[in-house]
Design a protein around this ligand. Structure first.
Ligand code: HEM
Length: 409
């Protein structure tokens, strides 16, 4: 597997072009652009570019420095999540990701038990995840070659999710396709809205059934959760599930892909982690930092304010670039290096503040189980020398393919 070869084509890319190319822009290395922004325009006015749903004349800023991103995410009374409701909320419906203040707190309390591994399946949970990882590997192991992106990283997190929901695995591919289409809302609204509608029609009767006859699966936990006697409506539960479909389709898969990509490009690292599995946790966190699977998150300013001395008018959109902040040389030594020995790796790949990823424990558990299963089952795992693998994406980021050869263990 060769490293990416597209650097020359990308030299004339600027940030506006990059953003306009969509969430999975086929750009192998946007980091020089981010570094220039951090140095020269850390609070960059990208007015009129905030996605198809923004009105013209609207002010938009992209922030790329670690401290600035943390500042915005911490100050949730000034920088609101409501913009998410107007954008991605169009396909999901009302979810925590678009809520502020006490409304957010209430809903976050209601959904938290449904994404906490132990609360879901008790001590048995890890075994369920392990089985899904091995089943996924079983499907390709005999051939000795694979594209780990397509054959594993894409399939495994969704297989776990479908099992958590208590759905038959036949539904996996369809749910996955709808999940991917949801992300297209800005570039292809028709497709995004159609996927949203399909998921609503698919999930509503399932939610209704679980309300009548709850079990121990994720949907049952959601329909029975209550705070001060209040429960989520069927529509709110479906909306949250649509958010999780997206989380399953577009996050953990990229993270797993990046971790595999890093191992495959450094034979010494691969051997170290093979020999000492206590390093899998550091590998996970360094992959989260090095190529944040969710590169950007949005906020809107509720009042006239400023960020690092730059005036930000009320109503402005702020694109917080987690991926750029995670490579900020003001925070991380030698930030472009993939270094699992890094001390104090306080990456913000899971966000920061009150909207910090509610599924981070689940994501970490899945990733650690997956990496261990790959290392246990695929011996002599190497990049396929005849095929190229490269990282792609702007808002979501990970390898587009991971061609490998191996010997089944
Ligand atoms: C490697 C995988 C994942 C990454 C990189 C990731 C990243 C993030 C980030 C950056 C946020 C903050 C969004 C914001 O502040 O606007 C977030 C929020 C969230 N994530 Fe994840 N996530 C991952 C996996 C998951 C999984 C597996 C689940 C659930 C099963 C999940 C559920 C959520 C939820 C519910 C929120 C909203 C929390 C809130 O608004 O209070 N995530 N995630």
């Amino acid at each position: 597997m060769a490293m990416d070869t597209t650097a020359e084509i990308e030299t004339d890319l600027d940030i506006i072009k990059l953003m306009s190319m969509g969430p999975m822009a086929p750009v192998a290395n946007p980091h020089p652009i981010y570094a220039a922004l951090r140095d020269e325009h850390p609070v960059f006015n990208t007015t009129n570019f905030a996605g198809a749903m923004e009105e013209s004349g609207h002010q938009s800023f992209i922030i790329t420095r670690y401290d600035d991103v943390k500042y915005v995410l911490r100050n949730d009374k000034i920088f609101s999540n409501e913009i998410n409701q107007r954008t991605i909320g169009v396909v999901m419906g009302p979810t925590v990701i678009g809520m502020d203040g006490s409304e957010h707190l209430k809903h976050r309390t209601l959904i938290t038990p449904s994404v906490t591994p132990r609360a879901l399946k008790g001590d048995n949970f890890e075994a369920v995840v392990e089985k899904k990882a091995h089943d996924t590997i079983d499907a390709f192991i005999a051939s000795g070659v694979a594209d780990l992106h397509q054959d594993f990283c894409f399939k495994f997190p969704l297989a776990v999710f479908v099992s958590l929901l208590g759905l038959p695995s036949d539904d996996l591919d369809q749910v996955h396709r709808w999940g991917i289409d949801l992300t297209l809302i800005a570039s292809d609204p028709e497709k995004g809205l159609a996927a949203s509608e399909h998921l609503l029609n698919f999930l509503t009767p399932i939610v209704q059934k679980k309300r009548e006859n709850p079990g121990s699966d994720m949907i049952s936990v959601l329909v029975t959760a209550q705070i001060n006697g209040e429960k989520m409506s069927d529509y709110e539960v479906v909306s949250f599930l649509r958010l999780l479909v997206l989380a399953g389709a577009e996050t953990t898969n990229h993270l797993l892909g990046t971790a595999c990509y890093a191992l495959l490009h450094d034979a010494d690292l691969m051997q170290r982690v093979r020999d000492d599995r206590s390093l899998v946790s550091a590998l996970f966190h360094e992959a989260m930092r090095w190529e944040a699977p969710i590169g950007t998150i949005m906020r809107n300013a509720l009042e006239d304010t400023e960020i690092s001395g730059v005036a930000v008018p009320k109503g402005s959109t702020i694109l917080c670039h987690i991926g750029a902040a995670n490579r900020d040389e003001r925070q991380f030594k030698n930030p472009d290096a993939f270094d699992i020995d890094r001390q104090d790796n306080e990456h913000i790949g899971f966000g920061y503040g009150r909207h910090y990823c509610a599924g981070s424990h689940l994501a970490k558990l899945e990733a650690e189980v997956a990496i261990n299963a790959i290392l246990d089952r695929l011996q002599d795992l190497k990049p396929d020398p005849d095929r190229v693998s490269r990282m792609i994406g702007f808002s979501f980021r990970g390898p587009e393919s991971i061609p490998v050869t191996f010997k089944p263990a």
